[in-house]
Write a protein that binds this ligand. Sequence first.
Ligand SMILES: [Fe+2]
Length: 221
Amino acid sequence: MEPTFALNEAKVFDDFLDPQTFEELWEMMNVLQYQRTDAQNWLKVWTLADGAILRSSGWVADAPVWKLKNADPKALPAPPAMTKLLEKVRKTFVHYSGDTKINRVNLTPCVWPPKSSISWHRDGGGISDGRVGAFTFYVHKQWNCEWGGELMLSNLDEELGTVVFDNSIISEKLMAAGNGAWIAPKPNRLVMNPSNLFHKVAKSTEAAAPRLSIQGFLMST
Ligand SMILES: [Fe+2]
């Protein structure tokens, strides 16, 4: 599958899944159990102003079998549509990165309520779990250009560290350039990005529908 476009090293694939598989994933998003990302620990990449993002317990699949397993024994088994998403993401990543060493993929369904966002961060920054790539798949059925929620990308890819109550180092670096690119969360769109680039999700507006995404990481452990 050819990317619809590439931007700041991110590759974007529209109409990524066939309509039936997309519908099955949307139905799955309706029946999953969710809890707030800060229910047990405050994951500080979401600042106090970012809102209450909900996540389901995620699935992980390992080479060579690539069978999806859920950390929660009470969770629903992965529907066939999740396996189809996993397979297509893996093939697409290997095709475009040339990286054949990935041996683990995780996938986490997320619900972003109106007025939610995430701060500037790098997916691999300071994390030593072997992340080599990241992806986001959008599972809501519509998105309006006035709803916000865009994926924002910066060219900055240096390690800056994080200080929870003082982001001045990151802010000064990003503001020095003062520009970047954005990708709309279109339904049935997959965005694949290297794990070293700074990115964020812009705050969605009060009028926005729930922003439904499946977030994943490709790992070489
Ligand atoms: Fe991220």
